[in-house]
Design a protein around this ligand. Structure first.
Ligand SMILES: C[S@@+](CC[C@H](N)C(=O)[O-])C[C@H]1O[C@@H](n2cnc3c(N)ncnc32)[C@H](O)[C@@H]1O
Length: 295
């Protein structure tokens, strides 16, 4: 059950006048006399109920093999519920202590699998924004010879995904807590076989379009980290975003739409139904998939 949604942005946006995307998450705002660079996140940190099994995975060292940058040695001392009791006014913004979202030291995803049965050279998928993790776990179970890495900022989802990985005895999955853009900016060229982005936040208001994960600048980063013939696969249940994705991606030089320019891909069988996909279908939305291959 979701207790509440925490709704804060890391950085507050000011006026959207005269803005242009210049670099990944940076936006340039030009006013009459000055030029500011502001970071524009693609995500909003949501604080929701921390399920018991997720909390266990984030604190118990038995789950450490799945959590690349989460500090499991340090127990969560300030669980949200305790915080709420201590300080009802501020608990909604409380950060759970003991959990890191620092990706700065992660510069090689393949090396994370060096000691596993698959090893570092196995095909590698990066899933951006796996939510609660069910579909990522399903994919990792279905393809044991492929390595999977999921990156998320939603801590209950990170914990839950690690819990499910442990329960299923997976050896081909790792989880990173943090911003996918920051992570990819540090990775070598031609590093990942598949990048998947399923049902990203649609950012429906025009003034928020700049937050959409699919943008020309961010897709250049994705392209750079993909191997030759590697895939970028995205899906959405928002029609406006689907057209936006098609328009942006069809115009990235060096990426080829596997369904042909201007076309969506029929829903592939290998993509499990995700939580947000199900929610979209229940609302009567359509589903649009796109798969691009790096030339
Ligand atoms: C709408 S949810 C979709 C979750 C899941 N893929 C699904 O289909 O059920 C989008 C998720 O992307 C995550 N997200 C957004 N921007 C991100 C970023 N830059 N890095 C990592 N995760 C991000 C959010 O925290 C959120 O959980």
């Amino acid at each position: 059950m979701i207790c509440y949604n925490e709704t804060f942005f890391y950085l507050t946006l000011f006026s959207t006048k005269n803005t242009t995307m210049t670099d990944t998450n940076k936006i340039t705002e030009t006013t009459e006399n000055t030029q500011h660079h502001r970071n524009v996140n693609t995500f909003m940190k949501r604080r929701t109920h921390m399920p018991k099994n997720a909390e266990q995975a984030l604190t118990d060292p038995s789950f450490a093999k799945y959590l690349v940058n989460v500090h499991t040695e340090k127990p969560i001392v300030n669980h949200i519920a305790d915080k709420a009791k201590q300080n009802p006014k501020t608990h909604r913004l409380a950060k759970i202590e003991g959990i890191s979202d620092d990706v700065s030291g992660i510069t090689d995803l393949r090396a994370l699998f060096a000691d596993t049965e698959n090893g570092a050279d196995a095909p590698l998928t990066l899933e951006i924004g796996f939510g609660m993790g069910d579909s990522l776990i399903e994919m990792a179970i279905a393809e044991p010879q492929r390595n999977f890495i999921g990156i998320e900022v939603h801590e209950p989802g990170i914990g839950r995904c690690a819990y499910m990985a442990y329960e299923n005895g997976l050896d081909n999955l790792k989880i990173i807590n943090g911003d996918a853009i920051k992570l990819m900016q540090q990775l070598p060229d031609n590093h990942i076989d598949r990048v998947q982005l399923y049902f990203p936040d649609p950012w429906q208001k025009k003034r928020h379009y700049k937050r959409r994960f699919v943008s020309p600048e961010r897709m250049e980063i994705v392209k750079r980290v993909l191997t030759k013939s590697g895939w970028f696969h995205c899906a959405t249940d928002w029609e406006h975003y689907s057209q936006w994705m098609l328009e942006v991606l069809d115009n990235v030089e060096g990426l080829t739409n596997t369904a042909g320019k201007g076309n969506f891909t029929p829903r592939p069988d290998f993509r499990p139904m995700t939580k947000f996909e199900r929610r979209g279908i229940e609302r009567g939305h359509g589903i649009w998939d796109l798969i691009y291959s790096k030339d």
